[in-house]
Write a protein that binds this ligand. Sequence first.
Ligand SMILES: Nc1ncnc2c1ncn2[C@@H]1O[C@H](COP(=O)(O)OP(=O)(O)OP(=O)(O)O)[C@@H](O)[C@H]1O
Length: 230
Amino acid sequence: MEHHARKAVILHKITASYGKRTVLHDVSAEIPAHQVTALVGPNGSGKSTLLALLAGVHPPDTGTVHRHHRARPALVLQRSAVSDALPLTVRETVAMGRWSHLGPIRRFTKHDRAVVETCMERMGIADLAGRPLGALSGGQRQRALLAQGLAQESDLLLLDEPATGLDAASRDTMADVLAGLGAEGVTVVHATHDADAARQAGHRLVLSEGRLSSRPHNAAVAEEVPSATG
Ligand SMILES: Nc1ncnc2c1ncn2[C@@H]1O[C@H](COP(=O)(O)OP(=O)(O)OP(=O)(O)O)[C@@H](O)[C@H]1O
């Protein structure tokens, strides 16, 4: 039991499909609590599907998912998945992260508003709060979506390629934020093609054609994620 208490999620012999096509095969893994786990692997290897499974939005065909986190998982998708046409400001976008916390009359409390402001500050976008989401650069929009994920205050934060489109300074900010979340009791899992982000994570899972790799993590990361320095 003590062993399980330190895992946020335990996956046992999971298979998952789209229609008749099985894309995750016999995946067994443990997600350590209050740590950053990097999910790496080539395009199409099943990273997004595994994140969706951890989020509870893609059911497994077979196998079991044991959950030891408290809140509903927060899933932040790649920015390309979000329409540019949404008529929302940055603050409104981040505030959507609070929706699941609102009471029946859906009124924002002082606390909800403070969380929204803090999350914008953490992602360095407080000065963009009043700007329409569609008028931002790709990296700025990505940071707004990350702030929305943080605003959910879930203890399981799932991020699909959060570094995509971010400049070096924003990637550093994000890495600092992710590393700091563990101390706040948050478990982070992020899919990444970024070699530095994968190496910085305390734990790595390497997917290849829908299966977890049994190769040593460092060797697998070196192979799957091209070195930032070439
Ligand atoms: N909605 C879908 N319908 C059918 N097949 C899908 C769907 N989404 C993904 N797939 C397939 O499932 C497999 C795993 O895809 P997934 O998106 O999980 O990979 P990924 O590792 O996240 O890839 P990438 O690095 O390109 O984001 C791929 O073969 C993909 O073509």
